[in-house]
Design a protein around this ligand. Structure first.
Ligand code: ZN
Length: 361
């Protein structure tokens, strides 16, 4: 049994350390090792013990962290994969409910699914691990060796747009010219997920902007500018965003006060997608007048979590396209790379961070 390096926590108590673990790789279908693993708010929430739903795998006194990754196949015993292939492992693994049985564990109906690096299953921040081919998505374009780490966060965006499409079918949503060119998307937040939501909204033809209540650092401002994305600091410019109202409001902050504030700007038949979570956010108030507003305008408020394998495939297609169009400008979204030993990145957000990653090779 080889000894390997892994980044571990003890969920839900938290903490983080680099640990040498013994791992059984004597039998496998596909053997893989990470190239980069991304660090996000969920990892930090587990480490700080604010995400109480995280738990160790059964019988283990630790949990290997990591759910965002781009990996390389070391060896394969199935024909679909070969050594050297770039792959992204799927985070959520099915339980036995009907949605899980059809590959839609993102819509698990009894909560008995598992999530790598989060709930009851070791994650991808370990030097080598075995994987079932069913849960691997291949990245054909080898130039995505770095930005491929954005596949996992981007797949969430594609699922959320699937939710949006489903609920927006109840009325005519597009404009008279058959497009959504005059429809306004406002994304609350300026982190990596907010960035990816805004890229996708623009890709789909919406007018879109990211908003936050503080200015951006020059470095982040330049990354957004280079990619042609719009940002508004609403603390400074409260009449923006969009005087013509909001047609699709996407929240990545988990802050109820901000969501309720902008909910009141949503247009008739508008959609609000709640994606971000922040159990420590201060309470906000949702009034009877707000309920009137939502009802009278046919506004849908929908939560969206995780995504299905098909959304990983779509995410890779969009990343391939965007990387082709923007090259280095997209690569700049990965704002810092750290060795596995630097566990300080789990306890504090880096200055000028859009996406921090751990470099394994
Ligand atoms: Zn399920």
């Amino acid at each position: 049994m080889p000894s390997i390096k892994a980044i571990v926590t003890n969920a839900p108590d938290g903490g983080v350390s680099v640990k040498t673990i013994n791992t059984d790789i004597s039998s496998y279908k596909v053997l893989i090792s990470p190239i980069y693993t991304g660090v996000c708010g969920t990892d930090r929430g587990i480490v700080s013990s604010s995400l109480k739903f995280a738990y160790n795998p059964e019988g283990s006194d630790y949990l290997v962290l990591g759910h965002e990754s781009i990996c390389e196949v070391v060896d394969s015993k199935v024909p679909e994969f070969k050594a050297g292939d770039l792959v992204v492992p799927v985070v959520r693994r099915p339980g036995d409910c009907v949605n899980c049985k059809i590959g839609r564990q993102d819509n698990c109906s009894d909560g008995k699914k598992h999530e790598a690096g989060i709930t009851g299953m070791h994650g991808f921040m370990q030097e080598i691990f075995t994987e079932d081919p069913e849960f691997l998505v291949k990245v054909e374009d080898k130039t995505l060796k770095e930005v491929g780490v954005l596949t996992e966060p981007l797949k969430n965006v594609l699922k959320a747009f699937e939710v949006f499409e489903t609920v927006s079918k109840r009325a005519v949503f597009h404009g008279e010219d058959s497009t959504v060119l005059d429809k306004n998307v406002v994304v609350i937040g300026t982190g990596c997920e907010a960035f990816l939501y805004t890229m996708m909204a623009r890709e789909l033809g919406f007018r879109s902007m990211m908003i936050n209540r503080h200015p951006l650092s020059h470095k982040i401002e330049k990354i957004f500018d280079d990619l042609g994305l719009r940002f508004v600091n609403y603390a400074e410019d409260p009449d923006e965003p969009f005087s013509s109202g909001i047609d699709l409001l996407i929240d990545t902050s988990g802050d109820p006060t901000t969501v309720f504030n902008f909910l009141r700007k949503v247009n008739y038949n508008g959609v609000v997608i709640l994606f971000g979570t922040n159990g420590r956010a201060p309470d906000g108030s949702f009034t009877g007048a707000d309920i009137d507003y939502v009802v009278e305008r046919n506004i849908t408020i929908a939560g969206s979590v995780d995504a299905a394998k098909k959304h990983y495939l779509q995410a890779i297609e969009y990343l391939t396209k965007w990387h082709c169009s923007y090259g280095e400008k997209l690569e700049n979204v990965i704002t810092a790379k750290f060795p596995p030993e630097n566990t300080a990145i789990f306890t504090s957000k880096q200055k000028d961070e859009l996406k921090s990653v751990i470099e394994w090779k």
